[in-house]
Write a protein that binds this ligand. Structure first.
Ligand code: CP
Length: 293
Protein backbone atom coordinates (compact mmCIF):
# COMPACT_ATOMS: atom_id res chain seq x y z
CA UNK A 1 0.00 0.00 0.00
CA UNK A 2 1.49 3.35 -1.05
CA UNK A 3 1.12 6.46 1.13
CA UNK A 4 2.37 10.01 0.60
CA UNK A 5 3.35 11.47 3.95
CA UNK A 6 6.78 12.97 3.21
CA UNK A 7 9.04 13.21 0.16
CA UNK A 8 10.86 10.08 1.38
CA UNK A 9 7.81 8.03 0.36
CA UNK A 10 8.50 8.60 -3.35
CA UNK A 11 11.36 7.35 -5.50
CA UNK A 12 12.87 9.58 -8.20
CA UNK A 13 11.22 7.35 -10.78
CA UNK A 14 7.78 7.79 -9.15
CA UNK A 15 8.27 11.57 -8.97
CA UNK A 16 9.21 11.64 -12.66
CA UNK A 17 6.06 9.63 -13.41
CA UNK A 18 3.99 12.18 -11.45
CA UNK A 19 5.53 15.08 -13.38
CA UNK A 20 4.98 13.33 -16.73
CA UNK A 21 1.39 12.34 -15.87
CA UNK A 22 0.64 15.87 -14.63
CA UNK A 23 1.89 17.20 -17.95
CA UNK A 24 -0.38 14.80 -19.82
CA UNK A 25 -3.36 15.68 -17.61
CA UNK A 26 -2.71 19.39 -18.21
CA UNK A 27 -2.93 18.79 -21.95
CA UNK A 28 -5.92 16.42 -21.79
CA UNK A 29 -7.71 18.36 -18.98
CA UNK A 30 -9.95 15.47 -17.86
CA UNK A 31 -10.00 11.70 -17.87
CA UNK A 32 -13.31 10.89 -16.17
CA UNK A 33 -12.96 7.13 -16.52
CA UNK A 34 -9.62 6.70 -14.78
CA UNK A 35 -10.80 6.69 -11.15
CA UNK A 36 -14.49 5.95 -11.73
CA UNK A 37 -15.87 3.99 -8.78
CA UNK A 38 -13.11 5.17 -6.41
CA UNK A 39 -14.06 6.86 -3.13
CA UNK A 40 -11.91 9.42 -1.29
CA UNK A 41 -12.40 11.13 2.06
CA UNK A 42 -10.96 14.55 2.86
CA UNK A 43 -10.35 15.22 6.54
CA UNK A 44 -9.02 18.74 7.17
CA UNK A 45 -8.35 19.63 10.80
CA UNK A 46 -6.85 22.96 9.64
CA UNK A 47 -8.30 25.48 7.19
CA UNK A 48 -7.47 25.31 3.51
CA UNK A 49 -8.48 27.13 0.34
CA UNK A 50 -6.14 25.64 -2.25
CA UNK A 51 -5.15 22.12 -1.19
CA UNK A 52 -8.57 20.79 -0.25
CA UNK A 53 -10.38 22.18 -3.30
CA UNK A 54 -7.49 21.20 -5.57
CA UNK A 55 -7.68 17.57 -4.38
CA UNK A 56 -11.45 17.58 -4.85
CA UNK A 57 -11.23 19.03 -8.36
CA UNK A 58 -8.45 16.54 -9.23
CA UNK A 59 -10.47 13.57 -7.95
CA UNK A 60 -13.64 14.67 -9.75
CA UNK A 61 -11.81 15.26 -13.04
CA UNK A 62 -10.76 11.60 -12.82
CA UNK A 63 -14.26 10.37 -11.99
CA UNK A 64 -13.74 9.62 -8.27
CA UNK A 65 -16.26 10.50 -5.56
CA UNK A 66 -15.15 12.69 -2.67
CA UNK A 67 -16.69 12.92 0.79
CA UNK A 68 -15.58 15.83 2.97
CA UNK A 69 -15.79 15.17 6.69
CA UNK A 70 -15.71 18.49 8.58
CA UNK A 71 -13.86 17.75 11.86
CA UNK A 72 -15.67 20.59 13.65
CA UNK A 73 -18.96 18.77 12.95
CA UNK A 74 -17.59 15.25 13.41
CA UNK A 75 -17.45 13.16 16.56
CA UNK A 76 -13.87 14.28 17.22
CA UNK A 77 -15.62 17.29 18.80
CA UNK A 78 -17.21 14.79 21.26
CA UNK A 79 -13.80 13.43 22.22
CA UNK A 80 -13.29 10.68 19.62
CA UNK A 81 -9.58 10.30 18.81
CA UNK A 82 -8.26 11.01 15.31
CA UNK A 83 -7.20 7.35 15.08
CA UNK A 84 -10.74 6.17 15.91
CA UNK A 85 -12.27 8.69 13.50
CA UNK A 86 -9.93 7.39 10.79
CA UNK A 87 -10.70 3.73 11.63
CA UNK A 88 -14.42 4.43 11.32
CA UNK A 89 -13.93 6.16 7.96
CA UNK A 90 -11.87 3.17 6.82
CA UNK A 91 -14.71 0.84 7.85
CA UNK A 92 -16.70 2.43 4.97
CA UNK A 93 -14.05 1.07 2.59
CA UNK A 94 -12.65 4.22 0.94
CA UNK A 95 -9.81 4.06 -1.59
CA UNK A 96 -7.85 6.81 0.17
CA UNK A 97 -7.97 9.47 2.88
CA UNK A 98 -6.53 12.97 2.39
CA UNK A 99 -5.68 14.55 5.72
CA UNK A 100 -4.42 17.90 7.02
CA UNK A 101 -3.54 18.20 10.70
CA UNK A 102 -1.64 20.58 12.97
CA UNK A 103 0.34 17.61 14.35
CA UNK A 104 3.55 16.61 12.53
CA UNK A 105 2.91 12.94 13.29
CA UNK A 106 -0.79 12.22 12.68
CA UNK A 107 -0.62 11.41 8.93
CA UNK A 108 2.21 8.89 9.49
CA UNK A 109 0.42 7.33 12.48
CA UNK A 110 -2.70 6.82 10.34
CA UNK A 111 -0.65 5.49 7.42
CA UNK A 112 1.00 2.97 9.74
CA UNK A 113 -2.45 1.50 10.46
CA UNK A 114 -2.22 0.22 6.83
CA UNK A 115 -5.95 0.28 6.19
CA UNK A 116 -6.11 2.70 3.22
CA UNK A 117 -3.66 4.96 1.34
CA UNK A 118 -3.09 8.20 3.29
CA UNK A 119 -2.21 11.46 1.55
CA UNK A 120 -0.69 14.19 3.68
CA UNK A 121 -2.27 17.53 2.72
CA UNK A 122 -0.13 19.42 5.27
CA UNK A 123 1.12 18.26 8.68
CA UNK A 124 2.24 20.80 11.31
CA UNK A 125 5.56 22.29 10.28
CA UNK A 126 6.76 18.85 9.11
CA UNK A 127 5.71 18.26 5.50
CA UNK A 128 3.42 19.35 2.66
CA UNK A 129 4.63 17.03 -0.11
CA UNK A 130 1.96 17.77 -2.73
CA UNK A 131 2.76 21.49 -2.56
CA UNK A 132 6.48 20.81 -3.10
CA UNK A 133 5.65 18.56 -6.07
CA UNK A 134 3.46 21.17 -7.72
CA UNK A 135 6.20 23.76 -7.13
CA UNK A 136 8.73 21.46 -8.80
CA UNK A 137 6.33 20.90 -11.71
CA UNK A 138 5.87 24.68 -12.13
CA UNK A 139 9.63 25.27 -12.23
CA UNK A 140 10.17 22.40 -14.69
CA UNK A 141 7.33 23.64 -16.88
CA UNK A 142 8.87 27.12 -17.04
CA UNK A 143 12.52 26.18 -17.57
CA UNK A 144 12.18 22.80 -19.29
CA UNK A 145 14.87 21.37 -16.98
CA UNK A 146 15.43 21.84 -13.25
CA UNK A 147 19.09 20.85 -13.09
CA UNK A 148 21.35 23.73 -12.05
CA UNK A 149 18.47 26.10 -11.33
CA UNK A 150 18.98 28.34 -8.30
CA UNK A 151 16.02 28.89 -5.99
CA UNK A 152 15.85 31.30 -3.03
CA UNK A 153 13.31 30.53 -0.31
CA UNK A 154 12.42 33.78 1.47
CA UNK A 155 10.49 34.18 4.72
CA UNK A 156 9.43 32.03 7.66
CA UNK A 157 11.38 28.92 6.66
CA UNK A 158 11.75 27.61 10.22
CA UNK A 159 8.00 27.09 10.64
CA UNK A 160 7.09 26.10 7.10
CA UNK A 161 6.06 22.57 6.13
CA UNK A 162 6.26 23.67 2.49
CA UNK A 163 9.91 24.70 2.94
CA UNK A 164 10.69 21.37 4.63
CA UNK A 165 9.26 19.41 1.71
CA UNK A 166 10.99 21.65 -0.85
CA UNK A 167 14.32 21.14 0.96
CA UNK A 168 13.74 17.37 0.82
CA UNK A 169 12.71 17.39 -2.86
CA UNK A 170 14.47 20.05 -4.91
CA UNK A 171 18.10 18.93 -4.39
CA UNK A 172 17.10 15.49 -5.75
CA UNK A 173 16.35 17.29 -9.03
CA UNK A 174 19.60 19.27 -9.18
CA UNK A 175 18.18 22.50 -7.80
CA UNK A 176 20.46 24.64 -5.64
CA UNK A 177 18.67 26.21 -2.67
CA UNK A 178 19.52 29.36 -0.73
CA UNK A 179 17.60 30.22 2.44
CA UNK A 180 16.85 33.91 2.97
CA UNK A 181 15.45 34.85 6.38
CA UNK A 182 16.03 36.85 9.54
CA UNK A 183 17.22 35.03 12.66
CA UNK A 184 13.77 34.16 14.02
CA UNK A 185 12.70 32.55 10.72
CA UNK A 186 15.92 30.73 9.78
CA UNK A 187 15.95 26.94 10.39
CA UNK A 188 18.79 25.36 12.34
CA UNK A 189 19.86 22.80 9.71
CA UNK A 190 23.08 23.48 7.82
CA UNK A 191 22.66 21.78 4.45
CA UNK A 192 21.99 24.96 2.47
CA UNK A 193 23.53 28.39 1.95
CA UNK A 194 21.93 30.95 4.26
CA UNK A 195 21.76 34.74 3.93
CA UNK A 196 19.69 37.35 5.74
CA UNK A 197 19.41 39.69 2.77
CA UNK A 198 17.94 38.85 -0.64
CA UNK A 199 19.93 41.66 -2.30
CA UNK A 200 23.11 39.64 -1.62
CA UNK A 201 22.04 36.86 -4.03
CA UNK A 202 19.37 38.44 -6.24
CA UNK A 203 21.67 38.54 -9.27
CA UNK A 204 22.43 34.81 -9.09
CA UNK A 205 18.97 33.22 -8.70
CA UNK A 206 16.34 31.96 -11.12
CA UNK A 207 13.36 31.57 -8.78
CA UNK A 208 12.15 33.21 -5.56
CA UNK A 209 9.73 31.24 -3.39
CA UNK A 210 8.25 33.64 -0.85
CA UNK A 211 6.66 32.23 2.32
CA UNK A 212 4.09 33.62 4.73
CA UNK A 213 4.92 34.14 8.41
CA UNK A 214 3.26 31.05 9.95
CA UNK A 215 1.72 33.05 12.83
CA UNK A 216 -0.51 30.13 13.90
CA UNK A 217 2.62 28.09 14.68
CA UNK A 218 4.54 30.75 16.61
CA UNK A 219 4.49 30.03 20.34
CA UNK A 220 5.19 33.71 20.95
CA UNK A 221 5.40 36.60 18.46
CA UNK A 222 8.66 36.48 16.49
CA UNK A 223 8.38 40.13 15.43
CA UNK A 224 6.38 42.93 17.03
CA UNK A 225 6.10 44.79 13.77
CA UNK A 226 5.50 43.02 10.45
CA UNK A 227 5.68 46.33 8.59
CA UNK A 228 9.32 46.50 9.66
CA UNK A 229 9.82 42.83 8.60
CA UNK A 230 8.19 43.61 5.24
CA UNK A 231 10.53 46.53 4.65
CA UNK A 232 13.35 43.94 4.44
CA UNK A 233 11.67 40.79 3.08
CA UNK A 234 8.64 41.81 0.98
CA UNK A 235 9.24 41.00 -2.70
CA UNK A 236 8.70 44.28 -4.50
CA UNK A 237 9.51 45.69 -7.91
CA UNK A 238 12.22 47.70 -6.19
CA UNK A 239 13.88 44.44 -5.03
CA UNK A 240 13.56 42.52 -8.30
CA UNK A 241 13.91 45.34 -10.82
CA UNK A 242 13.87 44.06 -14.39
CA UNK A 243 15.63 40.79 -13.57
CA UNK A 244 14.45 37.61 -15.26
CA UNK A 245 13.29 35.89 -12.05
CA UNK A 246 10.27 33.64 -11.52
CA UNK A 247 8.24 34.52 -8.42
CA UNK A 248 6.31 31.85 -6.52
CA UNK A 249 4.38 31.50 -3.25
CA UNK A 250 2.36 28.51 -1.94
CA UNK A 251 -0.39 30.79 -0.59
CA UNK A 252 -2.09 32.25 1.24
CA UNK A 253 -0.12 35.42 0.38
CA UNK A 254 0.00 38.24 2.90
CA UNK A 255 -0.15 41.08 0.39
CA UNK A 256 2.49 43.77 0.83
CA UNK A 257 4.18 41.76 3.59
CA UNK A 258 5.28 38.71 1.56
CA UNK A 259 4.84 40.11 -1.98
CA UNK A 260 3.70 43.55 -3.14
CA UNK A 261 0.41 44.01 -5.02
CA UNK A 262 2.42 45.14 -8.01
CA UNK A 263 4.63 42.03 -8.10
CA UNK A 264 1.65 39.69 -7.60
CA UNK A 265 0.18 40.91 -10.86
CA UNK A 266 3.54 41.06 -12.63
CA UNK A 267 3.97 38.57 -15.49
CA UNK A 268 6.90 36.99 -13.60
CA UNK A 269 4.52 35.90 -10.82
CA UNK A 270 3.52 32.21 -11.04
CA UNK A 271 1.34 32.27 -7.93
CA UNK A 272 -1.92 31.41 -9.73
CA UNK A 273 -0.14 29.11 -12.19
CA UNK A 274 0.95 27.09 -9.14
CA UNK A 275 -2.71 26.71 -8.15
CA UNK A 276 -3.67 25.66 -11.69
CA UNK A 277 -0.81 23.16 -11.80
CA UNK A 278 -1.75 21.81 -8.37
CA UNK A 279 -4.85 20.20 -9.83
CA UNK A 280 -2.88 18.31 -12.50
CA UNK A 281 -0.13 17.27 -10.10
CA UNK A 282 -2.71 15.98 -7.61
CA UNK A 283 -4.48 14.09 -10.42
CA UNK A 284 -1.14 12.38 -11.10
CA UNK A 285 -0.61 11.67 -7.38
CA UNK A 286 -4.09 10.13 -7.07
CA UNK A 287 -3.38 7.98 -10.12
CA UNK A 288 -0.12 6.76 -8.57
CA UNK A 289 -1.57 5.99 -5.14
CA UNK A 290 -4.91 4.55 -6.21
CA UNK A 291 -4.02 2.73 -9.44
CA UNK A 292 -0.31 2.30 -10.03
CA UNK A 293 0.87 1.07 -6.62
N1 CP B 1 -0.69 26.08 -0.18
C1 CP B 1 -1.62 25.70 0.71
O1 CP B 1 -1.45 24.72 1.45
O2 CP B 1 -2.75 26.49 0.73
P1 CP B 1 -4.05 26.16 1.58
O3 CP B 1 -3.68 26.30 3.04
O4 CP B 1 -5.09 27.16 1.16
O5 CP B 1 -4.47 24.74 1.27
Amino acid sequence: MQHLISMDDLTISQINDILDDANRFKKAKTNPALLRGKLLFTLFFENSTRTRSSFEVAAKKLGASVIHLDPSKSSTSKGESVEDTFANICAMDPDGVIIRHSSNDIPRILADMQTTPVLNAGAGNYAHPTQALLDLFTIKEHFGDTSGKRVAIVGDIANSRVANSIMALFPRFGIELTLVAPDGFMPTEDKFKKVDNLAEIIDSIDVIISLRAQLERHEKPVFDDYEEYASHYCITNEVIGNRDVVLMHPGPVMRNIDISDEMLSDKRSKVLTQVTNGVFVRMAILKLLLLDS
